[in-house]
Design a protein around this ligand. Structure first.
Ligand code: CA
Length: 363
């Protein structure tokens, strides 16, 4: 290219003139976006950071679908900011996106709990029904509007496990004085039943359980729990996922940044997030089925549901905790009422569809 030609192109670009070079025309009319996304989970974490439907998979899909027009650099917990500072970083616009779970933000706005999981809540199908078609995502965005952020589901663990206990739990009295790692709303429920609740990051659970600093621990499910080695520190694995029946991963986005994206890139982000929502849950089904088989057959773990009396007590305390939260905050009440109304209707449908299938076909 001659000097004169180069000069013409520069002048034309600066003045908004029409360019003949296709790449420059494209760059001008559509633009390229370089964004940052932080995660609440460390680099290398299966499901959350790496693997099918994870944060890095989401960024890869967006890059491919947009032909490189939206490049998202993904940072593990502690790389750019500490694990639980994603909400503030996205709000401030330090990063455009954060990949985590909304229940980490209940200290900012309690209603955020409902977009991850509430105890005795909906399964994966029901949760998706509420989020995508029952007004759930709209409410999520209403809750975050005062913070200048938007959100959408981008992953799901499916049903989680009650967790690991050194001693058998026969009645609700066995929970009294038990030192247990359990975060969030479920922790408040256990505390009401006399559990000494501890909140520890994932990496600290195994040493604490092994040394007897705690007597019980909840993390995720068979694959993730085995990866931490929890089966080597406690043998009773209670399976009832009363506390997290379908835990949603959240894609949190700065609203001002979101509004700078052209409509086609917004659609790409929404479709990539929806794809990861399904793909991550599918991965969990396979990984957990394999891990559970290994835990029972080879690791001699005693896996069983919680006794009915314990479940009943947990349900009673859950109702009390939620009633208190709803009374304190009108937005929580609005989200709670929407969630519970959808769940009641969904449950009636699920009973005659999935429920009937399980009881009559599978036996
Ligand atoms: Ca969990």
């Amino acid at each position: 290219m001659t000097l004169i030609r180069r000069k013409f192109l520069t002048t034309a670009a600066l003045s908004g003139g029409v360019l003949s070079a296709p790449s420059l025309v494209q760059a001008q009319s559509k633009g390229t976006f370089n964004w940052k996304m932080t995660s609440a989970y460390p680099k290398g974490s299966p499901f959350y950071f790496d693997g099918p439907g994870s944060a890095t998979d989401l960024a890869k899909r967006i890059k491919e679908m947009s032909d490189g027009r939206l490049n998202i650099q993904v940072f593990g917990a502690g790389e750019l900011i500490p694990a639980f500072e994603g909400f503030d970083a996205v709000r401030a616009g330090t990063v455009e996106m954060n990949h985590a779970n909304s229940y980490f933000w209940t200290g900012k706005t309690f209603a955020a709990q409902y977009f991850t999981a509430v105890p005795f809540g909906m399964n994966f199908q029901g949760m998706n029904g509420w989020l995508y078609d029952g007004g759930g995502i709209d409410l999520w965005n209403e809750v975050y509007a005062p913070f200048g952020m938007v959100a959408m589901p981008c992953g799901n663990t499916g049903v989680q496990m009650t967790g690991w206990f050194k001693k058998e739990i026969k009645t609700v009295a066995d929970l009294k004085g038990l030192k247990m790692r359990i975060p969030g709303l479920a922790g408040k429920v256990y505390a009401n039943l006399g559990v000494d609740v501890k909140v520890l990051p994932g990496g600290e659970i195994f040493p604490a359980l092994e040394r007897g600093v705690i007597d019980a621990a909840e993390f995720v499910g068979p694959f993730q729990d085995r990866r931490l080695g929890l089966h080597k520190a406690a043998k009773y694995y209670y399976t009832t996922g009363w506390h997290e029946s379908a835990t949603v991963s959240e894609l949190l986005i700065n609203k001002a940044a979101w509004q700078t994206l052209p409509k086609d890139l917004q659609a790409i982000v929404q479709n990539a997030a929806a794809a990861c929502n399904v793909i991550s849950e599918a991965w969990c089904q396979k990984a957990n089925a394999d891990a559970m088989e290994d835990l029972i057959k080879n690791q001699k773990v005693i896996a069983k549901p919680l006794p009915e009396g314990v479940i009943k007590a947990l349900r009673t305390e859950t109702d009390k905790v939620l009633t208190e939260a709803v009374a304190k905050d009108p937005m929580t009440k609005k989200v709670h009422d929407s969630y519970m109304a959808f769940m009641a209707k969904y449950q009636r449908w699920a009973d005659v569809s999935e429920g009937a299938y399980h009881s009559t076909v599978r036996g």
